[in-house]
Design a protein around this ligand. Structure first.
Ligand code: GLA
Length: 385
């Protein structure tokens, strides 16, 4: 965890508001496998990481509330009885959305001040948005003693994303960020919203992220379109969600759906199975199987679900040419962001370097490499070092 960032938000808070804040760290996440399965009531395999949002928060006696986005050097003040979404894409919506969703539960909060800063690049597919939402709801729950459970809090964060940010996301990001367990990934059933922790120690291998540094503007609407397509097919199949479908079920309605939507539903059914197989592979310490499932996942995301992009495909192809890389795939919602790679530790540096060179040559821009640690979920931080 970046202690400088924590000091930064603490100092900025104290000098702006003249009070001692409560400090919160709320992590971003990776996802080993199980992409676009969460809103289909399926399985996912995320983990919280040591990068995320650092927030300083406290009650205010003023007649308005203030939020400061330190990275952006932007400040917003707002009145609690006049909360409404701002234009799409505004950072303010993550804060305002959480406040509105708390109020929608008929919970009364008072005015507050918050200063935050993050070390996850936005659009990296590492859920900086869920990290921010969780930091706000967690901080408000603490300072106003709201008595919300972690389950309550992630549902509030998710609703903020649906109603204020405009993305009909599943529960994976908020869950992983809130419930993360150090050195573990969470095998999460998105129907029951319960998970089993899996200790991740790949011995001679490690997970590395490579960020394309690409973010596509239409990603949010494309995401919502995918979700509607899945819901449409579930309706045709007369089931609650695609988690309940088999390939044979889908085959029976093939002539009622477009070929593109057929492929999308097929992807979801197969990805869900892959996620269960990945859990078994990790239990058996069978990294070859895990890696191959990751490559298959990428193929499905790119060719069937169509949420990849040229840069992500390039990185995965490049990984495939290195025998020390057991698996790679795009991670998160897609259309940019990071790939997640399962790489031999002895090769990690070399792989990162050769990838950077090849990427630059192909796209005339740089990719970024992140070495991550799996961390605890959203929590109160007591020390600044
Ligand atoms: C985004 C969403 C998640 C999930 C992933 C894809 O990160 O917020 O709910 O659907 O995309 O797996």
């Amino acid at each position: 965890m970046n202690s400088t960032f924590l000091t930064d938000v603490k100092q900025a808070f104290e000098s702006t508001f003249n009070q001692e804040p409560l400090l919160v760290f709320s992590p971003g996440r990776i996802n080993i496998i199980g992409e676009h399965t969460d809103y289909n009531d399926g399985f996912v395999f995320p983990a919280a990481v040591d990068k995320g949002i650092f927030a300083a928060i406290q009650k205010s006696t003023s007649n308005h509330s203030t939020a400061v986005a330190l990275d952006l050097e932007r400040t917003i003040t707002f009145e609690l009885d006049k909360i409404k979404p701002l234009k799409q894409g505004s950072w303010e919506n993550y804060v305002l959305g959480v406040v509105a969703e708390i109020q929608n539960k008929n919970i009364v909060i008072g005015n507050f001040n918050i200063v935050f800063k993050g070390d996850i690049p936005s659009g990296a597919g590492m859920s900086s948005s869920a990290a921010l939402e969780n930091s706000v709801v967690y901080g408000l729950n603490e300072i106003f003693n709201l008595g919300l459970s972690k389950q309550d809090m992630i549902l509030i964060s998710q609703k903020a994303e649906h109603h204020y940010v405009g993305v009909k996301c599943g529960i994976m990001d908020q869950y992983a960020s809130m419930f993360g367990v150090k050195n573990n990934a969470l095998h999460l059933d998105c129907r029951t919203v319960e998970s089993s922790p899996y200790k991740i120690n790949f011995k001679h291998h490690q997970l590395i992220l490579i960020n394309t540094n690409v973010k596509h503007n239409l990603a949010d609407s494309a995401y919502n379109d995918r979700r509607s397509a899945c819901e449409h097919i579930s309706k045709l199949l007369n089931i609650k969600a695609l988690r309940d479908a088999t390939e044979a079920d889908l085959e029976r309605i093939k002539d009622k759906v477009t070929p593109a939507n057929y492929q999308k539903a097929l992807y979801v059914i197969q990805e869900n199975e892959r996620t269960l197989k990945a859990a078994k592979a990790i239990e058996d310490n069978n990294l070859d199987d895990l890696g191959s499932l990751m490559y298959q996942s990428h193929y499905g995301l790119s060719k069937q679900y169509k949420v990849s992009c040229e840069e992500l495909d390039f990185l995965v192809e490049h990984a495939k040419q290195n025998t020390h890389v057991l698996g790679a795939r795009m991670m998160g919602g897609g259309f940019g962001g990071c790939t997640i790679n399962l790489v031999a530790k002895s090769e990690a540096k070399n792989f990162a370097q050769t990838t950077a060179v090849a990427y630059k040559k192909a796209f005339q821009k740089s990719c970024s490499v992140y070495y991550i640690q799996l961390s605890d979920g959203t929590h109160h931080v007591t020390q600044t070092n």
